[in-house]
Ligand binder design. Structure first.
Ligand SMILES: NC(=O)CC[C@H](N)C(=O)O
Length: 358
């Protein structure tokens, strides 16, 4: 295993060994405190542009599931067709794996997908640095090579355009009871699976596609990578759709941010984001708390919500916005991931709420 160094923008350096594909890489360094879920997280398009640190120390011990495709065209066990994270950073990579559903090791998968993986990193120390300073740009360099990797930028880059579908894709065509337009900002497969399970037809459109001429019963806005302020074209289309006050609208993660923007609210960047399986959110107006799966770096500013809107969920750790709803119209969204994959499924009922409205 070749020696590598992770270098953060503040000059901090962490030594480790390469176990994935051997190439230097740069991106935004973020941390995820979930204990499992690396196949899902790595293939979640929302991680595009990011070097993913896992704080759970043992990684790789359950291997990687097969990349099989179901009749509907979706991968059975992954969240998209490829790894979207730029790299994975772990403390203790397990070369040996064992799981009923594993077909290969994490190292072999990373090599095939040309994604670097580094081990032997003190991920607790790294996470402390990121928590104190906030997320930072960083790079992984090979100690036996000159460091001439170009600087990467994250803020202001439209990553959604890189991961969204390029053409309209239909699921359950002519079969579902209701039709949903899904704005694909980098949609996770389990969102589509959760909708298909509820007997809807899906028209999946590119993030900036003007769907307003289509015939449909509800609008869904997906998760996606990067800075929501780069997605104004989507916001304009959502605003147009809102001229129909009866049209049900549901958004998840980036979808919460874009719906909020369409409603006039502002977005800000969190210091180090929420990436884990155990984020507690309270449903506003109730004593109900749900444990949620999250992966986001930006948040909706509650103080900028228009008079017709209210927060739907609040994060119980830091008080930040975790969803909004319109006071009269059937429009709501969640900043967390009700589709889980990976993580707790406690809030999957939000899909039922949406489908009931159609
Ligand atoms: N998972 C997501 O949709 C993330 C949304 C956005 N890219 C953020 O980081 O906040």
């Amino acid at each position: 295993m070749r020696n590598v160094t992770l270098i953060l923008d503040d000059g901090s350096r962490f030594s480790g060994k390469s176990f994935g594909y051997e190439k230097p890489v740069a991106g935004e360094v973020v941390f995820n405190t979930a204990m499992t879920g690396y196949p899902e997280s790595l293939t979640d398009p929302s991680y595009a542009g990011q070097l993913m640190t896992l704080t759970y120390p043992l990684v790789g011990n359950y291997g990687v599931p097969p990349f099989t495709i179901e009749a509907n065209g979706l991968p059975t066990f992954m969240e998209s067709e490829k790894i979207h994270a730029e790299a994975i950073i772990v403390s203790d990579y397990s070369e040996k794996y064992n799981h009923w559903n594993a077909v290969e090791s994490l190292a072999d998968w990373l090599k095939r997908e040309q994604i670097p993986g580094i081990t032997g990193i003190d991920t607790r120390e790294l996470t402390k640095v990121l928590r104190e300073h906030g997320v930072m740009m960083g790079k992984i360099v090979f100690d036996d090579e000159p460091d001439n990797i170009p600087e990467a930028t994250y803020a202001g880059v439209n990553y959604v355009d890189k991961v969204s579908c390029k053409e309209v894709i239909r699921y359950n065509e002519g079969e579902g009871k209701k039709k949903v337009v899904l704005v694909d900002c980098g949609v996770k497969a389990n969102i589509i699976r959760c909708l298909l399970k509820r007997d809807v037809e899906i028209i999946r459109v590119p993030w900036n596609y003007d769907f307003n001429g289509l015939e449909f019963d509800g609008l869904f806005i997906s998760n996606g990578p990067g800075d929501p302020d780069t997605c104004d074209e989507a916001v304009q289309n959502i605003r147009k759709a809102m001229q129909n006050e009866k049209l049900p609208i549901f958004g998840i993660c980036m979808g919460n941010q874009l719906l909020s923007k369409a409603g006039g609210a502002k977005i800000y960047k969190l210091k180090y984001g929420h990436r884990s399986h155990n984020q507690p959110v309270r449903m506003v107006g109730t004593e109900k708390c749900f444990i949620t799966s999250q992966n986001h770096g930006y948040a909706v500013d509650n103080n900028t919500l228009g008079a017709d809107w209210e927060p739907l969920f609040i994060n119980m750790n830091d008080g930040s916005n975790e969803g909004i709803r319109h006071k009269q119209n059937p429009w709501f969204s969640a900043q967390f991931h009700p589709e889980a994959a990976s993580g707790p499924t406690d809030t999957e009922f939000l899909f039922d709420e949406f489908v009931k409205l159609l």
